[in-house]
Design a protein around this ligand. Structure first.
Ligand code: ADP
Ligand code: MG
Ligand code: ZN
Length: 476
């Protein structure tokens, strides 16, 4: 068989750090870049005799995530101890919800190659983060406990994803959920969104799950996609050579683009889970859940449906606009300043959206000015070349596009008479292009239009210019 006879089966375990004011079981702050060991206390340092007290805000944030992902919110949940020894875990156990998670059986819809696809979420549970190890270049490591006890939710999907593209689309959706609900900034580069990938392969059409491999700690969308691609190829090769895939944890090496083994199943820790005797179960009443539901602002899917309805956008366009909360907010401010939402959307998706990164927290240019620019484009007062130039300038400093066009003499030339001379010159100096064009080489037209643009400082209406060139060379 060949690789195209196989498919990947992928389930993701995603950790999202909650930006609550305090840690999960103590009053310590949770800022990302505080100096080492300045956000610690006896509770999160696991001093003997200290006792945890649950931070109610964490439960509320986790319920927001559950509601936004269509989960059932469990009225009763409980914390367990997961025992393991690691230097950045002073307690030698992690508090997590193993047996009774707070949220169960939800989903997120993603746009995949074949349209909208529903990815089921098995559970969302609350747990605490561990500290950080800082490895020294020569010898030894330092421990920073600021992150010990920072609240996390872990979102566990069903194995419904089939390739890297779908996995990334799902992660984007999750990150958007975190940002729209305000529970986390979802930054992969700062570790506030972390992803483990579980991947097995099987013959297409089969319903049976293969043996899965877990890929740990992938910290960018790009690495997730590349790790999936490479691990899929590796597992198929193992099977094609007559071998069997073994259950193990692997790591993705960014330099080689390959995954390599970290530990086999036999080496996996026995966590000896048991209910944490220091913590009471969590009970959440229906009225409380309704109060939280009512406090959640408009989410991505709601905005998306509204954009499709109000501005006749495609599913794809609306998905891309709502993928990032800051971009969606920007669009909403710009769209009220234009009568041509379609032109605005094209501008945003082509030239603005690609500049948004996970660190973008403010508008990249003035939304109202971009709205006005869209109107100038839609009315044919400037051509798309000029539009792109003005947009670039707007990213440097804000100005009124209408006044700017007038002041810099950038208006599109839509007048035949005014283009006459430029067309004549372009045809005269580009005789070879004219001959090529007359001999059937359509692409030669581009250099003839380019000639007109050169003559007019880039201001010609390209459609009119083409029409006039065709007339001039006798091929209209
Ligand atoms: P564990 O409790 O051992 O971590 P889970 O059943 O909770 O295992 O699954 C963890 C993740 O692995 C989930 O996201 C799930 O969808 C995924 N998963 C489970 N089995 C497979 C498989 N055969 N192939 C791919 N992913 C899988
Ligand atoms: Mg797991
Ligand atoms: Zn503390």
């Amino acid at each position: 068989m060949s690789i195209s006879d196989y498919e990947s089966v992928i389930g993701l375990e995603v950790h999202i750090e909650l930006k609550t004011a305090h840690k999960l079981f103590c009053e310590c702050a949770t800022a990302f870049d505080a100096p080492p060991n300045t956000q610690v206390c006896p509770v999160c340092l696991a001093m003997p005799g200290s006792l945890p007290a649950l931070n109610q805000e964490v439960v509320e944030f986790a319920i927001r995530a559950g509601i936004a992902t269509h989960c059932s919110i469990e009225g009763w949940s409980r914390f367990d101890r997961k025992n393991y020894f690691y230097p950045d875990l002073p307690k030698a156990y992690q508090v997590t919800q193993n047996d009774f998670p707070l949220c169960t059986e939800g989903y997120l819809d993603i746009v995949s190659g074949s349209g909208i696809k529903r990815i089921r979420i098995a559970r969302i549970h609350v747990e605490e983060d561990a500290g950080k190890l800082i490895h020294l270049p020569d010898d030894g490591s330092l421990v920073d406990c600021n992150r010990c006890g920072v609240p996390l939710i872990e979102v566990v999907s069903e194995p419904d994803l089939r390739n890297g593209g779908e996995a990334v689309a799902y992660l984007r959706k999750l990150r958007a959920m975190a940002r729209y609900t305000g529970i986390s900034d979802g930054k992969m580069n700062e570790g506030s969104l972390r992803c483990d990938v579980n991947l097995s392969v099987r013959e297409k059409g089969s319903e049976i799950l293969g043996t899965r491999v877990e890929l740990k700690n992938l910290n960018s969308f790009n690495f997730v996609a590349r790790a999936i691609e490479s691990e899929f190829e590796r597992q198929v090769a193992v099977i094609e050579e007559g071998g069997t895939v073994v259950q193990e944890t692997r790591r993705f090496d960014e330099k080689t683009g390959q995954t390599c083994s970290m530990r086999k199943k036999e080496e996996a820790a026995d966590y000896r889970y048991f209910p944490d005797p220091d913590l009471v179960p969590v009970e959440v009443g229906a009225a409380e859940i309704e109060r939280i539901r009512a406090s959640i602002p408009r989410l991505a899917d709601e905005r998306k449906a509204q954009y499709i309805e109000d501005y006749a956008l495609t599913d794809y366009e609306a998905e891309r606009l709502t993928d990032d909360k800051e971009l969606s907010d920007f669009f909403e401010k710009a769209v009220v300043a234009t009568s041509n939402p379609k032109t605005l959307v094209n501008l945003i998706l082509a030239d603005v959206a690609p500049l948004y990164t996970e660190d973008t927290n403010e508008d990249l240019l003035d939304p109202e000015s971009l709205g006005k620019l869209s109107d100038l484009l839609a009315a044919g007062e400037i051509n798309s070349n000029t539009g792109r130039k003005v947009l670039k300038a707007l990213m440097e400093e804000n100005f009124d596009p209408v006044a700017y066009i007038a002041r810099h003499n950038l208006a599109q030339i839509n007048d035949r008479e005014k283009l006459q001379e430029a067309v004549a010159r372009s045809v005269a100096v580009n005789q070879r292009a004219v001959n090529d064009f007359l001999n059937g080489k359509e692409s030669a037209m581009r250099s003839l239009i380019g000639g007109v643009m050169k003559e007019t400082g880039g201001r010609a209406n390209p459609i009119l210019a083409e029409e006039m060139i065709r007339e001039a060379v006798g091929s209209s």
